[in-house]
Design a protein around this ligand. Structure first.
Ligand code: LFR
Length: 496
């Protein structure tokens, strides 16, 4: 059998992981991808004074440790890819030194900045120029906030790198900004596919920071001699991976037909893959994003509240010192009565950490619904609301694209919540195809395999996913009154 190993790092909210992917080709059978976790480490934002930061040097250390572990486990990876969420960045000075610890997107410096920027640019113009849904933490608002507060770092900075680019730079000494990450900044022109310098000028964001993006799969460079010596490894190439969401979409086991997907994690990203951006009055009104996807695609998507609400509730319930597993919470939710109360998960009040249960209860109280009390009741309320929200967004997506999707692909860590998958199928009244869980990691590996020619293209890569990882199908339960629940949910969206 012929084998190739690649090393993928995926930094998520809470933890970072390193996986070895093995591409295996036996005589007479289609190739397969096998993966193995070799390192897992915390990825925690650190409060410093009034700000929230990445712990970037610790992460660099953990990435190096992951490379070392790969060697110790007997692998000689052909290449390395690093991915993480969008929008966050680091700044370098003229000598290429990192200026301070990058801000974390949940830092509060961006509060109120959407309003200020919209005032200056105009809402219609801003959407025309960027094709993106306004999220308060987008890079544009982070940089605008720094510019408004006369950030010294921003004043002396010469280069901006997104976090995954930054880690690659610290390992290779090569500066490059990757395209799909660039498209999450809201400073990139979606159809011209170039940096939007006039928008930068209008907001006093220095355009000198931005270099021409490279594509997923492009080589950034080999590990520096210093790093190789420190780790006792060969000068492996670091490959540009992509935005974690874009990579998860690469790993959706879809065929040639148009498809709808839900990347289910801390955030829920629901969308479809297009060849060109779709920017019109409907996509503007419904706030759809045109994000750059890997391999020339455009991802028309909406970023929705995800499992964050559940993560926060769990943390709160565990504050008393008793651990409670997701499995236990799911069990409680199953036992709780259905369709009692709903929330609008995308109400901005649910974004910040702490006090989540109380905020859910307040929402139900204010909207004249039964106030959930037990853990099971709260979970049931949240999971049903997420499922209804998916239906609502899927219908919006169909409205703007004019497509009708036969079902929904669900990928990402959140699909381990089987109740959520089942309720989603029922809410949309169509099947959901669930898997793979480690979609971003797999997409990262596929990008490296495309780069080395093991996979021909995106379609070939998706065939490899289909042949390597199981997909579970959930059919809708039709004996349950979802229509009535959906009508109540829609009224609620308008109410708050
Ligand atoms: C998902 C994700 C989303 C982005 C959000 C913040 O991990 O990358 O795509 O909107 O995080 O960057």
């Amino acid at each position: 059998s012929r084998q190739t190993a690649v090393l993928a790092f995926d930094l998520g909210a809470g933890s970072g992981r390193a996986f070895i992917g093995e591409w295996i080709k036996d005589e007479g059978t289609p190739p397969k991808l096998e993966m193995q976790e070799i390192h897992r480490f915390p990825n925690q934002a650190i409060h410093v004074g009034d700000h929230l930061h990445w712990d970037i040097l610790r992460l660099l250390h953990e990435v190096k440790t992951g490379i070392r572990y790969a060697y110790h486990a007997g692998y000689q990876p052909e290449s390395i890819g690093i991915d993480t969420w969008g929008v966050d960045f680091g700044l370098l000075d003229v000598n290429g030194e990192l200026l301070g610890n990058p801000y974390h997107y949940r830092d509060r410096q961006t509060e109120g900045k959407i309003e200020e920027v919209t005032e200056r640019i105009g809402a219609v113009e801003l959407y025309q120029q960027t094709g993106l849904q306004n999220m308060p933490f987008n890079t544009i608002y982070q940089l605008y906030a720094m510019s408004q507060s006369r950030s010294v770092q921003l004043g002396v900075a010469r280069h901006l790198l997104m976090i995954s680019d930054l880690l690659a730079y610290l390992l290779t000494g090569r500066r490059a900004i990757e395209y799909t990450m660039a498209t999450t900044t809201q400073l990139f022109h979606p159809s011209k596919r170039v940096w939007n310098t006039s928008l930068m000028d209008a907001l006093s964001i220095p355009s000198r920071l931005f270099s021409e993006p490279i594509q997923p799969g492009d080589t950034i460079g080999p590990l520096t001699a210093n790093v190789c010596e420190e780790l006792g490894v060969a000068p492996i190439d670091v490959i540009a991976a992509a935005h974690d969401t874009a990579l998860a979409v690469v790993a959706v086991p879809a065929g040639d037909e148009p498809f709808a997907y839900l990347v289910c994690g801390t955030w829920n990203v629901l969308g479809t893959e297009l060849a060109e951006p779709l920017i019109n009055a409907d996509t503007a009104r419904l706030a759809f994003s045109n994000e750059g996807g890997a391999f020339g695609t455009i991802q028309l998507l909406k970023t929705l509240m995800g499992l964050w609400i559940i993560q926060e509730c769990k943390r709160e319930w565990e504050e008393g010192g008793n651990a409670i597993s997701y499995a236990e919470l799911a069990l409680q939710a199953r036992k709780a009565p259905a369709f009692v109360s709903f929330i609008n998960p995308d109400d901005l009040r649910f974004y910040p950490p702490h006090g989540m249960v109380g905020r859910i209860q307040a929402f139900c109280q204010e909207t004249g619904q039964h106030v959930p009390v037990s853990e099971g009741e709260v979970m049931r309320c949240v999971i049903e609301s997420l499922a209804l929200r998916y239906r609502y967004t899927l219908e919006e997506l169909e409205l703007v694209t004019g497509s009708r999707f036969g079902g929904l692909h669900m990928v990402g860590g959140g699909i381990q919540n089987e109740l959520l998958c089942q309720l989603t199928a029922s809410a949309i009244g169509r099947p959901v195809w669930v898997g793979p869980t480690e979609a971003s990691v797999i997409g990262n590996m596929l990008t490296q395999l495309i780069a080395s020619g093991k996979c021909q293209n995106l379609a070939d890569a998706r065939r490899l996913v289909k042949g390597s990882f199981p997909v579970t199908v959930y059919e809708p339960q039709i004996d349950v009154p979802w229509e009535e629940a959906y009508e109540r949910f829609i009224l609620l969206l308008g109410e708050v």
